[in-house]
Design a protein around this ligand. Structure first.
Ligand SMILES: [Fe+2]
Ligand SMILES: [Fe+2]
Length: 466
């Protein structure tokens, strides 16, 4: 077990003090990171004390240690899951060979691109969410937002470590660029389009945490299979933190639903106009937000048929999530049937990796919807929230720009528009957002959670001024 060294300026479990050149390079990047955090991290609350968890080791006991910390003093660092002895590449043409501890020369630029693309999304989400705390529905929620934000900051550290440690000078340059590109910046935007849009209401934040962070989970799961062992170990540890982000999304949406159901009972109505009068979020509005966020998350998986994905797999760089659960780890003879606008296409399995990964993602997304629908049914209402069809509102892949409704059937443009949040919906969601900063109090549109953080009561001051 590699213990985390908290004595050095950069906490780590990678023996950083044994590699002076690397340590110096990262210590040089650290102040730039902190400047970025102070400028584009959470607005206003940088001087507050936040009840955060910090990893003290990567095993099950040690990775969640809770205490008050000011965000700029959070101990961001470099934590890799422990090395597995004699780990072998689990898939593709190099299956059965020992994993690589250094970057294979042939795959250097491809691996660098994968790491930079993953790395770019981490600070992007912090930037997108920087104003949200100003209208947090409670201190509990504000704390959860900050927990997600500091961990995304650490995920950036994780990717920057790999760039510095394994990619020499161009890696260092890429690490600098990760702090130069900014979400929504017209000259230096973030690499993926979804990460350039501000997230300015909490309904969108919960949707992002549920759907977009879950895409992150599936990207990390695929990279956790990588034959490049430092990348695999980095991603395995990031996944433990990522689970919390998705639960913030899932429970946030569940609490919105619970509050709305209360009001539906009181009013004996599911009429959106009446519910809006009562200041809660009607379920049809929630459905439109699901339609929007799910469809944009699907685009993040890339095209259903992809020669890049086939190369990543063939070369052992990026596998399928839970590769072990598949029978055939070579996948060069297998075929996947994919539904396209001109009918079913048979596609070589290796070219269908994005599609296969996305299918696992969709199954995972459905779990939350099933739970939410159970809440609704238990209260005696018959609304059923649904994931829209995979081909709905796609900008990437076989169904890009196809005019289909949420059931996947051909339709006119106005049917698509009606299935998405209208300007009125967005304005209403924004108008609901009022900051609540009294411990134990919650905004009207969301129910309190079942329990507090780390066995603390809901009245606990999760964020406090000093
Ligand atoms: Fe992340
Ligand atoms: Fe995340």
């Amino acid at each position: 077990m590699a213990a985390i060294d908290y004595q050095s300026r950069i906490p780590n479990n990678v023996g950083l003090s044994d590699d002076r050149a690397l340590q110096r390079a990262l210590e040089h990047w650290q102040p730039a990171f902190l400047d970025w955090w102070k400028e584009l991290g959470p607005a206003k609350f940088q001087g507050h004390e936040v009840y955060l968890r910090t990893a003290v080791s990567v095993d099950t006991q040690g990775w969640a240690h809770f205490d008050y910390v000011k965000m700029p003093e959070y101990r961001w660092g470099i934590f890799l899951a422990d090395k597995e002895a004699e780990r072998q590449i689990g898939f593709g043409d190099f299956r059965g060979k020992p994993v690589w501890q250094q970057v294979p020369a042939d795959f250097r630029s491809v691996l660098r691109r994968l790491i930079v693309t993953q790395g770019d999304t981490e600070p992007a989400s912090v930037e997108q969410q920087r104003l949200l705390a100003l209208n947090a529905p409670s201190l509990y929620d504000m704390r959860n937002l900050f927990q997600v934000n500091v961990e995304e900051g650490r995920h950036l550290w994780a990717m920057v470590y790999l760039l510095h440690a394994y990619f020499g000078r161009d890696g260092r340059e890429e690490a600098e660029e990760l702090l130069v590109r900014h979400s929504g910046d017209s000259n230096h935007p973030r690499l993926l389009e979804t990460f350039n849009e501000p997230i300015d209401d909490w309904l969108s934040f919960f949707m992002f945490a549920y759907f977009t962070d879950r895409d992150g989970k599936y990207q990390l799961k695929s990279l956790a299979e990588s034959g490049f062992d430092p990348l695999a170990r980095t991603c395995r540890f990031m996944l433990t933190e990522e689970a919390h982000h998705m639960s913030v999304g899932e429970t946030g949406i569940a609490r919105i639903i619970r509050r709305t159901l209360d009001e539906m009972h009181a009013l004996r109505s599911d009429d959106p106009a009446q519910l809006r009068e009562a200041g809660v979020i009607d379920l049809p509005l929630l459905q439109r937000y699901i339609n929007y966020w799910f469809s944009s998350a699907l685009d993040l998986f890339g095209s259903e048929i992809s020669s890049n994905a086939a190369n990543y797999f063939a070369n052992g760089l990026k596998g399928r999530p839970d590769e072990i659960s598949f029978e055939d780890h070579d996948a060069s003879a297998a075929i996947e049937m994919i539904d396209g606008p001109s009918g079913q296409e048979s596609v070589p399995m290796r070219n269908a990796m994005n599609y296969v990964t996305r299918a696992a993602y969709i199954r995972d997304c459905q779990i939350g919807l099933t739970r939410w629908n159970r809440l609704i049914a238990k209260e005696g209402f018959n609304t059923v929230l649904k994931l829209p069809a995979q081909r709905f509102r796609r900008n990437v892949g076989l169904w890009a720009a196809a005019s289909v409704d949420t059931d996947g059937n051909p339709c006119s443009a106005d049917v698509i528009a009606r299935a998405l949040p209208s300007q009125g919906d967005r304005a209403y969601a924004r108008a609901l957002m009022v900051g609540v900063d009294v411990p134990g109090k919650f905004a009207n549109w969301i129910a309190p959670p079942d329990r507090g953080i780390n066995n603390n009561p809901l009245e606990f001051a999760y964020v406090r001024a000093i």
